[in-house]
Every structure is written in structure tokens, then in C-alpha cells.
Design a protein around this ligand. Structure first.
Ligand SMILES: Cc1ncc(COP(=O)(O)O)c(C=O)c1O
Length: 398
């Protein structure tokens, strides 16, 4: 590994060179079936022709102008997002963390301009991941990501999903601004929250004038088989939502969506970004949105998810010494492992399969939304071979 790079990543020893659909090719000529997809980002697979064409066409016209001008692509993509969700307005950034940052700022600002500047506390949950900016790591509260970065910021409260009494108490406090939650916890290990809990939280926030933020950076844009995960449930809509990853199909982009009431607090000068919403990102984002929002794409996610989860449950039953259970929603799938998940990820690579890690010792499958049923079957065959190899390896070590 190059010493000229900060050593913040635990990288797999693969020099990746190009991708095509579900396949990722390395410099040394190997091909891997890719169930990482840039961590739920390359949602239409690698080098999707429509996205490539959109990027090439825009690249010849205009890359960047800054937000001191009207950018038609921003208005178009915002109209699509508003048309498909609870939201009335959108702010574009470049990443998930920035989308979360904007969401947290918008929540506090909403209360400040509505006569309650004391409402600054953000309630977040154990097992969440909201990104790596100071605000995002404080909202997630994971000690591993806070260590060595000075004191924790004031105004962040950490609770557990299952402790309804503590959540109720926190939301009632007059200093609480917002609750932030991932409808499906991604990095935390593909934990899907149920609709009853999400709508209970919505009602609780409404009752006490607290804003509800959904972080759908990972679960959004078709990943669960609906455009957004919360749309599976009635009465679960947020006031603010962070979106990124699949929104650009692999091109860096993030968006913070909000109701008119919240967006109304974000007046001129309240927030901004140099690159956010640049013409290149918008051109790809519009093309990606139109592909993802097609009913055929979302139906494919549901069908592939059924195929994969059925097959994986069967494998878990046959390999109880290797895998514990299957969880998640749609194509955000987690398998809790008995051996260390990093060892399983390495064994999967030996079978030319790429899978991601996750909390609670999970491996995560995050294939593109366009995965075919044949490809899903091939994924299952490679996982079976991986589990069989794990059984031999870890039985021998025991
Ligand atoms: C739910 C969630 N929120 C926020 C982020 C941060 O996004 P980014 O890495 O683009 O800043 C991630 C990244 O994995 C995520 O999964």
C-alpha cells in the first residue's frame, strides 16, 4: 500500500481497474462478482450505458459554475425528488455526510427561526452510522469514530432503538430539536426497523414539536424495493431526509430533502457548497433517478431480494456453524457470521465474490438494483462455496 496515502482504510488487496455491470475487474486480469457496489452506490452496476452517456454529454457542455447561477439540472432533479417524496425542497451537496450535516443544521435552524433557539439536541441511536464529519460522528455516537478527536460536541443524545421509555423522555425535553434515524441501519449490520416503530416515532415527534430526520443515504433510492425505505409504511414520513450514494449511481452527490416549513428556515446565506449540485452530478443524477424510479427496477429489487434471502436462509440452516441469520430489507442484506466477518470476506474473495462488512459481525450483500435472477443464483453458489470453505478452515482451527 502506498505510504503517500493516509492509512485510514482497511483495504482489500485488489487493484481494481474497471467494472461492467455486476463485474469488477482487477489489473491482474481477475473478475469478481461485485456485491459491494461501491457500498450501495453503483446501484445500476458499473459503467451503465445511460449514466456514461449522460456524463459524457454533460462533460462536453459544462462541468462547474458554482451556485451563484441557476443550474437547470438542479431544478430538474429537485423536481423529481419532490414529486416522489414528502419533501418540498432540496439542497444538493456532494456526499452522505454533507446531506446529514445539512439535515442537522436545518433542524436547529428551523427551531431558531421559530422562536425556540434552545432546541438544539439531536437524538440518535446506537448502531447508526451517519458519516464522518464532526456533526455526523457525534450524531452516530460510535465511540470508535469519536476517539482522539477531542470532546464530544454538545447537543447530541444517544439512545437505543429498543428503549422506548428513554426515547419518549428525550423527545419530550424542551431542548430537543430532532431525532435522526436510518429506517434500515446499514453499516450497523443491515437492521431493518419495523413500520410500527417508525410510525410511533413519527407520532411522538409530532406530539412534542420535534423534527424527524431520516438518514436514507444507504437505504434510499430503490435499495429496499421502494424508492425510499420509509415508503413501505404508512405514517412514517420524516420532515427532513438525507440521501446520497445511489442518487448519483456512483457519481459523488448528496441531497437534503425537507418540508416547506423546514426549508423556509434555510434562507439566503444559511448554508452553501461550492461543488454541490454541479452540472456533471446533476446530469448523472437525473439519468440515475429515471432508471431507478422505473417500476421494473423496483420490482426487480423485490424479486432478487426474495431469491437471495430465500437461498441465504437455506444456507444458514445448512451451515449453522458458519452463519447465524439473515436480515435487512430489499437488497440491503446482512448475514451474521460465526467466524470473524473479515475472514469470511477474504474467503469470499477467494471465490471471486465481493461482499461488504457490517456491524454485529455481519457480511453485507449490496448488489446493484439491476442484478438478474441468474446473477443472484451465481451469488448464492459462491456464498455456498465460501461457507463450505469456512467450515473446513474454522473446524481445522478449532
Ligand atoms: C446511512 C449513512 N449515512 C451517511 C453516510 C455517509 O456518507 P458519505 O460516506 O458519502 O459521507 C453513510 C455512508 O456509508 C451511510 O451509510
Amino acid at each position: 500500500m502506498s505510504e503517500a496515502l493516509m492509512g485510514v482504510y482497511n483495504r482489500a488487496p485488489l487493484e481494481v481497474e474497471r467494472g461492467n455491470g455486476m463485474w469488477l475487474h482487477t489489473r491482474d486480469g481477475r473478475a469478481f462478482l461485485d456485491c459491494v457496489a461501491g457500498i450501495a452506490t453503483n446501484c445500476l452496476g458499473h459503467a451503465h450505458p445511460r449514466l456514461v452517456a449522460a456524463l459524457e454529454e454533460q462533460a462536453r457542455k459544462l462541468w462547474h459554475v458554482s451556485n451563484i447561477f441557476r443550474i437547470p439540472g438542479q431544478e430538474e432533479l429537485a423536481a423529481r425528488l419532490v414529486g416522489a417524496t414528502f419533501a418540498d425542497a432540496v439542497f444538493f451537496g456532494n456526499s452522505g455526510s454533507e446531506a446529514v450535516e445539512c439535515a442537522l443544521k436545518a433542524a436547529r435552524r428551523y427551531h431558531a427561526v421559530n422562536g425556540a433557539p434552545e432546541r438544539i439536541d439531536i437524538v440518535g441511536f446506537a448502531g447508526s452510522f451517519h458519516g464522518r464529519t464532526y456533526a455526523a460522528v457525534n450524531a452516530s455516537g460510535n465511540p470508535a469514530y469519536l476517539d482522539g478527536f477531542g470532546p464530544r460536541l454538545p447537543g447530541y443524545v444517544q439512545l437505543t432503538i429498543d428503549d422506548r421509555a428513554a426515547i419518549d423522555e428525550a423527545v419530550r425535553r424542551p431542548t430537543t430539536a430532532a431525532v435522526i434515524v436510518e429506517p434500515v441501519q446499514g453499516e450497523g449490520g443491515a437492521r431493518a426497523l419495523d413500520g410500527e416503530w417508525l410510525s410511533w416515532l413519527r407520532r411522538l415527534c409530532d406530539a412534542h414539536g420535534v423534527l424527524l430526520i431520516h438518514d436514507e443515504v444507504q437505504s434510499g433510492m430503490g435499495r429496499t424495493g421502494r424508492l425510499f425505505a420509509h415508503q413501505w409504511f404508512d405514517g412514517a414520513e420524516p420532515d427532513i431526509m438525507a440521501v446520497a450514494k445511489a442518487l448519483g449511481g456512483g457519481f459523488p452527490i448528496g441531497a437534503c430533502l425537507a418540508t416547506a416549513a423546514v426549508a423556509g428556515a434555510m434562507t439566503v446565506g444559511a448554508h452553501g457548497s461550492t461543488f454541490g449540485g454541479n452540472p456533471l452530478a446533476m446530469a448523472v443524477g437525473i439519468a440515475a433517478f429515471d432508471e431507478i424510479a422505473r417500476e421494473e427496477t423496483l420490482a426487480n429489487v423485490r424479486a432478487a431480494s426474495d431469491r437471495l434471502t430465500t437461498g441465504l436462509r437455506d444456507l444458514v440452516a445448512r451451515f449453522p456453524d458458519v452463519a447465524i441469520d439473515v436480515r435487512g430489507k430489499g437488497l440491503l442484506i446482512g448475514i451474521r457470521m460465526v467466524p470473524n466477518n473479515r475472514e469470511i470476506m477474504a474467503l469470499a474473495r477467494d471465490h471471486a465474490l465481493l461482499v461488504a462488512g457490517g456491524g454485529e459481525n455481519c457480511i453485507r450483500l449490496l448488489p446493484p438494483l439491476t442484478i438478474t435472477l441468474d446473477e443472484a443464483d451465481e451469488v448464492l453458489r459462491r456464498i455456498e462455496a465460501t461457507f463450505a470453505a469456512a467450515r473446513v478452515r474454522f473446524a481445522a482451527a478449532a
